[in-house]
Ligand binder design. Sequence first.
Ligand code: BES
Ligand code: ZN
Ligand code: ZN
Length: 720
Amino acid sequence: MTSEAFHSFQKSKSFLTDVSARSHQKSPGGKPETRPRTPDPMLGPSFLRPGTRARLPLPLAASAQGQERGSLSPSPPPPRDKSAAPSPPRLLRPGTRARLPLPLASSAQGQERGSLSPSPRIKALRNPRREGAALLSLGGGRKTPAWDPGCGGAFLARPAPPDKGGGEKRRAGEAVLLSPPHLQVSTPAEASMLPPLLAASKPLLLQLLRRSKDVPMAAAAALHAAAAAPAKQGLVLGIYAAEKDASATQFTKAGDAFDRVVSGKLKELLSISGPPLKKGKTRIFHGLHQNFSSVVVVGLGKKGAGVNEQENWNEDKENIRAAIAAGCRQVQDLEFPYVEVDPCGDPQAAAEGAFLGLYEYDEFKQKKKPAIEVQLYGSDGVEAWQKGLIYAQGQNLARTLMEGPANLVTPTRFAAVIEEKLKSVSSNVEVHIRDQAWIEDQEMRSFLSVAKGSEEPPVFLEIHYRGSNDTKEPPLVFVGKGITFDSGGISIKPSSGMDAMRADMGGAATICSAIVTAAQLKVPINLIGLAPLCENLPSGKANKPGDVVRAKNGKTIQIDNTDAEGRLILADALFYAHSFNPRAIVDAATLTGAMDVALGSAATGVFTNSQQLWNQLFEASVVTGDRVWRMPLYEHYTKQVTDAQLADLNNIGKYRSGGACTAAAFLKEFVTSSHWAHLDIAGVMENKDEVPYLRKGMAGRPTRTLVEFVTRLSQDKKSI
Ligand code: BES
Ligand code: ZN
Ligand code: ZN
């Protein structure tokens, strides 16, 4: 698609920001750079929203700008006061401001106005001690005009007797939930929307109030009383297969606690409802507890399975991810707006399972998966849960970028999304969005030869995160292939399945997402990310088989197949990476179909000249379950790319076999660092059903392994 067509596509969608409106910014080199304004659909909501809302503990949320705030609930939640009758609902339309009745608003120092904002965020928690009231505004916006169950309302808890409502005869220490009586409903259809609205808001409010030391207990009590709508909440609990006796099962710690609360009823129901739950299987029980209308029990397999040396992964963690993903999806299928999740003894793995498992790219679908809020059940392992959430969000960012259509995720848009994300998580960052003129100045002719086949301008994205206390510490440099669409060029690909080549920027997406994640986690390391971004299209200006180009390092390349474009753009980026005096260079690229033939989606292929780098990558992948497998960098393959008729190198191997290895050997010609690893991620680009906790679609692999690797490297300053 031409950029003109792209812009008209943009304009036809009112919710898409017009990228033709550009803002100018000076690059550190003093050159003005043009970049688009913040893009709309690829930002914010997409990052967190697809099917999922995540809440952060308040202190963390406060430090992470632009993130949703929330609390982590202690459990089990307190019982509801059944004596309170539901208030007649009046509903406000989303986006309108809910004004409280004048006498109340004025007596509360004129502050207590709630808005039903379209943003799914808790907007305010004022200090009720000081002001005599707590105002919580819960947004839950959708672009559609109808309410969805995730929408919240505006609530005011202030000294007043709960049964009197309206604030008459207030006594100190008592409070009332004011919102429901002040919502307006003008049609029966609107009225029918209110119960899910309340059900969605209630747990949020209760947990916020319970955890906030500032809120009087009476306010919480009043909220319990007022929230009379049925609790549409799910609970996901894990259960282990018994070690010896195959018919016995064993609850997790949280499962045990819950079973005690329901007087052993869960255990009883489990044993009469069928055979012991197998690993990854689920069973659902309704009406067990007033706060959780449904409890999904998920099979975790054997307890303490540990690292499986054959499988090269931690089986406990993998089992938890898979089981929790299955449980959460089941609650989502019930269209519940809220679910609490058993940490299963490994809150990070549980959070990863929940947030990876619920992710779905439905940006352009009218029919979306119901939004569901996920929360840790209990208060064990809040920090690890939080880390798991951030790891999953990192991978989901890569998935969003990879899945996004190529007419939207252009090089320019990709760079803008990463800039926005990176700057929103840390201030120790620098982003350079290099334009074509810069690329020409740098003499990256190999990269330019690919880019020139398309009307879409190329971008060389360069991001820096300075996390180390020692600003002079040599950085780890990540390089990612950023082909936003690979048609093959003049050596055009078959049309069937070509749409998947929108994800040919998976290398750039995963390395940039890993850097965003590391910055969000404040990993003490210096990181640089480099992503050559362009399209590979056939045109009158495109590379032709037999063309020769000179790369930045001076080597000449005969381009015998224009579809082997990844190595052409990486050649220049890898050589440029050395200018930062790197501690190590790691590149990721959806480089060869041959990699998929070799390993399929089981593991990323790693070609490296460094045993230490391999060890770190391997150990990281055992923990994340997003595995790597070592591949050879033999001279044998180098010979097959250096024997070219016209130039120093040929961009394809002399023989058909070992395509992933000849591609790696080609890249090696642009590397002098003694710590370099090339990750061919073509095989893991997409998930059909192989990874149970990822839905079908672009996988964002191996983002979590990269993050884990970076974290490990930050703790090991010696070996590399
Ligand atoms: N982007 C493709 C590789 C790819 C294929 C990634 C399938 C993900 C799934 C790459 O640019 C390419 O086309 N490579 C060629 C190289 C060949 C011409 C030597 C390939 O693998 O066929
Ligand atoms: Zn290609
Ligand atoms: Zn490609």
